[in-house]
Design a protein around this ligand. Sequence first.
Ligand code: ATP
Ligand code: MG
Length: 215
Amino acid sequence: MGKGIFITFEGGEGCGKTSHIAALAEYLRARGRERVVTREPGGTPLSEKIRALLLHDKEGEGMSARAEILLFEAARAQHVDGLIKPALAAGKCVLSDRFFDSTTAYQGAARKLDLDEVKSLNAFAAAGLEPDLTIVLDIRAADGLARAGLRDGNAADRMGSERAEFYESVRSAFLRLASENPERFAVVDASGSKEETFAKVVEAVERKGLAKCRT
Ligand SMILES: Nc1ncnc2c1ncn2[C@@H]1O[C@H](COP(=O)(O)OP(=O)(O)OP(=O)(O)O)[C@@H](O)[C@H]1O
Ligand SMILES: [Mg+2]
């Protein structure tokens, strides 16, 4: 059985990750490709418990930046070993709503933890695994937040309740990561309609050779 393909979606709040992952999963299904849709933090029962602590539970309020990153990495380690690696070994397309680039952008750039330390924690948690393709859905932070606000009303999670500068530094961090790793990243302008944006997503994925996914 061949190795599958690992595609991650990144970008700030409300840029369209969840919408476009669902659309891409449907696109792959219609072409008979085996696919697994997952998310970070999350994707396994243990990782979803950690997600609740990170995003919603009252015990997570006021957690330190170091505790936060270690919880993200613990969730990731279980996700990689328990779900992503086995699916790739079985030749599937794995689509993840966020992966370690979010940790670099949020905990490294926006929370200002040491970037080299963040990158080595990412590599440790991912056990050397890297995405084949990372799609950054790029939109002005304020516009993404407005979309998420329309979706959620007042129910933003903990990571969705920061100040405007925080999200602007997240956006620049994703763009910087993409320019540093042009062979892995595709930056897609997400400011247009869902249809326009999705057409660009498909183009990026087709360029990377979807044929690698088992049918
Ligand atoms: N191109 C678009 N134009 C207008 N609205 C959009 C577009 N893409 C997504 N939306 C809408 O914006 C909202 C946010 O999209 P979505 O939930 O997919 O973003 P997300 O990146 O997953 O957000 P989060 O970071 O909060 O998980 C949704 O209500 C979605 O229907
Ligand atoms: Mg989402």
